[in-house]
Design a protein around this ligand. Structure first.
Ligand SMILES: C[S@@+](CC[C@H](N)C(=O)[O-])C[C@H]1O[C@@H](n2cnc3c(N)ncnc32)[C@H](O)[C@@H]1O
Length: 267
């Protein structure tokens, strides 16, 4: 497990702060930061919440406490290569056709993984906020944004207890929707609809349950019923509602998935 000093150094590097800049934000001397990072001293307890905020993490994270064990995504995202590759999802191009970035439209991405779609949209001129529950994914996404010379407001959050405060021109999510438990699906889509400005888009996909698909043991995913996602948007203008079945070879075992794809616009 990393020491507190190592965690501080790691977060500071990811955010591209010098020791002096970090010290400035905390109103302390850069020598104090240097002592922490070399494990010569620990930050005062009272300073920890502010330090965690400035380093865009949690006090638990700084103390190396991970709570639940690493998720399968954390493990995947900790590898050097990009698990989902670097090519943006086709849905990004679809949304651009409907709302080209003539203005810096505000986009929220939910379950952004390693950030490939968020970074692509930011490169195209959208103003993007994106989150995922995997810290490893967010760390990698931040580095990807930096490498591409764009700013994306990446942060770690659990979508199931995250309340969207602001409104957005576009809410986008790919591959996350079947992590929403059945009893939250309606409430969750209602929140997205409420958090979208008039004329704005929701661009979403969701895995759908089919009899020919075998459930994996202990699977946490709760696929949607065929067409269920579309019905949540009965009162919006539907630009796309497709149900697609496609082959997949993840895990080295050929199998199929079924996915509902929705692009809807608030009237
Ligand atoms: C299939 S991956 C898709 C990642 C990304 N959207 C992409 O297409 O590259 C699903 C993502 O949802 C995230 N996720 C699952 N449950 C979540 C939750 N409750 N809150 C936030 N993110 C979650 C996972 O960590 C994972 O990165």
């Amino acid at each position: 497990m990393s020491t507190v000093g190592e965690m501080i150094r790691k977060r500071r590097k990811i955010l591209n702060f010098t020791q002096q800049e970090l010290a400035g934000r905390l109103n302390i001397s850069s020598q104090a930061v240097s002592k922490w990072e070399n494990d010569v001293a620990l930050p005062d307890l009272g300073l920890m919440p502010r330090l965690a905020q400035v380093l865009e993490t949690t006090v638990d994270g700084l103390l190396g406490y991970q709570g639940a064990p690493l998720s399968k995504y954390d493990e995947r995202y900790q590898r050097e290569e990009f698990y989902w590759g670097l090519n943006p999802n086709q849905l990004c191009y679809d949304l651009m056709k409907l709302k080209p970035p003539a203005r810096p439209y505000r986009v929220l991405e939910i379950g952004c993984g390693e950030g490939k779609d968020a970074v692509f949209l930011a490169r195209c001129g959208y103003r993007v906020r994106a989150f995922d529950e995997s810290q490893a994914g967010i760390d990698k996404a931040m580095l990807l944004a930096e490498k591409n010379g764009v700013h994306v407001d990446f942060f770690r959050a659990n979508a199931l207890d995250y309340h969207i405060e602001e409104t957005y021109d576009i809410i986008y999510s790919s591959g996350f929707f079947d992590y929403i438990p059945d009893n939250m699906k309606e409430e969750f889509t209602a929140m997205l609809k409420k958090s979208t400005v008039a004329g704005g888009l929701n661009v979403l996909n969701a895995f759908v349950d089919k009899p020919f698909m075998k459930k994996k043991e202990g699977q946490q995913r709760t696929p949607w019923k065929s067409g269920e996602l579309f019905t949540c948007y009965y009162d919006w203008l539907i630009h796309r509602c497709d149900e697609v079945i496609f082959d997949c070879n993840s895990g080295g075992v050929p199998h199929q998935h079924c996915m509902d794809v929705l692009i809807a616009q608030k009237q």
